[in-house]
Design a binder for this molecule. Structure first.
Ligand code: ADP
Ligand code: MG
Length: 396
C-alpha cells in the first residue's frame, strides 16, 4: 500500500480522529441487528487506546439527510462499544460545537469519545470545508477505518484530510485493500469471479474490469438474463435490462476473443411469481424459459458446472446472489455456491450486502477468507476506480 498506516506514526498522547463505519442495521426498537462493523473496528480502536492515544471516533448511520433524526442516533453504538471494549465510551450527543470541543480537550490518554452521527449535518455529504475544519479542530492524527464509506468524498473522509497534520489507514481499511487488491493486481491464473445480483447496470464496470483480470467469470442472478437474451435465448418474464443488451453482447465477444471463460446459467428454476410455495419448473439446458415465467434461480446442472469451476480455483471473488435467495424456493443455487466457495482451497473474498447476508445465512461465513464490510466500496474498488477515502491519505 502506498499510503501511511497507523503503525508508521507515533500516536501516544496524540488526539486521534478515527472515521469508522458504524452504519449498522437497527430494528424498529433501535436495537443493533448485526454488529459486525463495530467488531471489525476493534483492532484499530484497541491499538490506539493501548498506545495511549486520546481517541475521537465518528461515523454516519442511515440517511438522515443533514438533520438530527433520533432513530439515526449513534447512542446504541456507543453502548455496544462500551461492552466490546470493556471501557467507558463518552458520547456527547453532538457532532461539532462547544460541547464537543470541551469533551475533546478533556480526553486523557487511553480515553475514547464517540461523536453523534456525521450526517446530522448537511456539510458531511457536501464535503464542506467549514464542517471538515470543525471536525479537525485540535486533532493531531486522522485515521480512516471506514472502508464501507471509502468511495464517498464526504467531509469526514476527504475534506478533513486537508486540515490535519497526517492522515493514515486503520487496520480494517488496510485489510480490505490488501484482500481486494489480490483480484485487481496480478491475480493468479486460476482466478474465478462469481457475479450475480439484481442488475447488470450496477456492476457493469466490475464485470468489465474483472474480465481483463480473471480467467473465468461465472454469471448468475437476475443479471444473467440480459446476457442470455443478448445471446438470443428466450428468457420469458425474467428481469432484463434492454439498454444493456449491447454491452452484454460486446462483453461476450471480448471474452471469446481473449480466450476467457464466461459461463452463463445452463438451466433455471422458473415460476410465474416470486412467492414461497409457488409451483416451480426446472427449465433444462438448451430450453427457453416459457413466455409467462421468469428465471429466479440457477438450476442443478448450473450448480454442478459452477461448483466444478470453483473447485479448481486459486482465488475466488464473489459478488451477488445467484437467485432470489430471500425466498426459500429460490435459495438453493446461492446456498450451494456459498458452500462450494467455502469448501474450496482457494483464497476466497465475498463482497456485497446481500451476498454477505447469504453467506451468513448459509452458515459458512467462518470458512471465507475475507468478507468485505463495504458493498458499494468493494464494487468500486473491484472496478479499478480510485476511492476518495484511500486517495486522500498521506503518501507513505
Ligand atoms: P449484493 O448486495 O450482494 O451486491 P445485489 O444487491 O446486486 O447483491 O442483488 C441482490 C438481489 O438480487 C437480491 O435481492 C435477489 O433477490 C436479487 N436476485 C437475484 N437473482 C434474481 C433473479 N433471478 N430475479 C430477480 N431477482 C434476483
Ligand atoms: Mg444489494
Amino acid at each position: 500500500m502506498r499510503k501511511k498506516f497507523i503503525p508508521d506514526i507515533p500516536v501516544k498522547g496524540k488526539r486521534v480522529f478515527v472515521r469508522n463505519d458504524f452504519n449498522v442495521p437497527l430494528d424498529k426498537q433501535g436495537r443493533i441487528v448485526d454488529d459486525t462493523r463495530i467488531r471489525e473496528s476493534l483492532p484499530t480502536l484497541q491499538y490506539l487506546l493501548q498506545q495511549g492515544a486520546r481517541v475521537v471516533c465518528a461515523s454516519h448511520l442511515g440517511r438522515p439527510k443533514g438533520e438530527p433524526i433520533p432513530d439515526c442516533s449513534l447512542k446504541p453504538v456507543a453502548e455496544r462499544l462500551r461492552t466490546l471494549l470493556k471501557q467507558e465510551v463518552r458520547f456527547t450527543g453532538e457532532t461539532v460545537g462547544a460541547g464537543v470541543e470541551k469533551a475533546k480537550k478533556s480526553l486523557k490518554p487511553g480515553e475514547i469519545l464517540l461523536l453523534e452521527n456525521l450526517r446530522f449535518h448537511a456539510g458531511e455529504t457536501a464535503n464542506d470545508e467549514a464542517f471538515a475544519k470543525e471536525l479537525a479542530k485540535g486533532i493531531d492524527v486522522y485515521v480512516d477505518d471506514a472502508f464501507g464509506a471509502a468511495h464517498r468524498a464526504h467531509a469526514s473522509i476527504e475534506a478533513i484530510t486537508r486540515f490535519v497534520p497526517v492522515a493514515v489507514a486503520g487496520f480494517l481499511l488496510k485489510k480490505e485493500i490488501e484482500y481486494l487488491s489480490l483480484a485487481t493486481e496480478n491475480p493468479p491464473r486460476r482466478t474465478v469471479v462469481v457475479l450475480g445480483g439484481a442488475k447488470v447496470s450496477d456492476k457493469l464496470p466490475v464485470i468489465s474490469h474483472l474480465l481483463d483480470k480473471a480467467g473465468t467469470l461465472l454469471i448468475g442472478g437476475a443479471m444473467a438474463y440480459t446476457f442470455l437474451k443478448a445471446r438470443g435465448q428466450g428468457v420469458g418474464q425474467s428481469k432484463v435490462e434492454n439498454e444493456q443488451l449491447g454491452f452484454c453482447a460486446d462483453l461476450m465477444a471480448r471474452a471469446a476473443a481473449a480466450g476467457k471463460r464466461l459461463l452463463l446459467p445452463l438451466d433455471h428454476i422458473a415460476a410465474v411469481r416470486i412467492e414461497p410455495n409457488i409451483t416451480v419448473r426446472i427449465i433444462p439446458p438448451g430450453e427457453d424459459i416459457p413466455e409467462e415465467m421468469m428465471g429466479l434461480d440457477i438450476g442443478p446442472a448450473t450448480i454442478e458446472a459452477f461448483t466444478s469451476e470453483l473447485a479448481q480455483a486459486e482465488l475466488i471473488v464473489w459478488n451477488g446472489p445467484l437467485g432470489v435467495f430471500e425466498v426459500n424456493t429460490f435459495s438453493a443455487g446461492t446456498f450451494e455456491i456459498a458452500k462450494a466457495v467455502a469448501a474450496s482451497k482457494a483464497t476466497t473474498i465475498v463482497g456485497g450486502g446481500d451476498s454477505v447476508a447469504a453467506v451468513l445465512k448459509a452458515g459458512v461465513a467462518d470458512r471465507i477468507t475475507h468478507i468485505s464490510t463495504g458493498g458499494g466500496a468493494s464494487l468500486e474498488f473491484l472496478s479499478g476506480k480510485a476511492l476518495p477515502g484511500i486517495e486522500a491519505l498521506t503518501e507513505a
